[in-house]
Design a protein around this ligand. Sequence first.
Ligand SMILES: [Zn+2]
Length: 243
Amino acid sequence: VVILRFLGLGGWASNPFLGHVSILLESRYARVLVDAGEGVYTALRTCTPYDVNDLDYVVITHRHGDHILGIPTILQHSRRLGMRLKVVGLTDVYEAIADLLRGAGVPSHIGFVDFISIEGGGEAYLKDVRLSTIKSRHPIPTLSLRFDVNDKCVVYSSDTQPNPDLTAFARGCDVLIHEASADDEYSEEVHAYGHSTVGDAVKIAEDAGVKYLVLIHRHLKPLVIRSTKVPIVMVQKCDYLEI
Ligand SMILES: [Zn+2]
């Protein structure tokens, strides 16, 4: 069984009840925090029975604030608990974490990070979870992620313009977690900022033949979902899905 716990669902400017992007993926042997937006520590402690020392890995898709601003607080608790945090991401994510810690007045907290660098197209084994990546289409270097655990598979687009490469990447997976920054009527603006609409996410899900689509990185307005071939699971903050 794989459990996905949704700790935050909003983009940087979003309904405050959504929180900022963060998902906890649990397999039999591993707990992997995927992205760490602002407030992720509070969400971890209120939505799950876990603390920071229960996390085996943190995977960060890119250095934008809504995906990384929770890291300084997570590291403050690593220090409290006397543990090092394994962080997986692009090299510039490590630099961004170091910059954030300097800005927050705790530069030495970088010493609590064990960084595992991964490039687009790269793979890593996180205990019983096989992580593979492709480059997304976003203004800064960003990874889309695929997690394979036994015969279960989850793909997370992270922030991206519509990316046809995701179709093959997510082929036949159980769940596609795709960003949907707005409804289709705003597609021009959404694409210009390197993001996707509901319709873009649905097309990738249908073309890839996934079983379920979860919409994340939502904005201020509720999304309008029209009839789709792939069922959409509209999760709320603290919801979890068992696969
Ligand atoms: Zn972004």
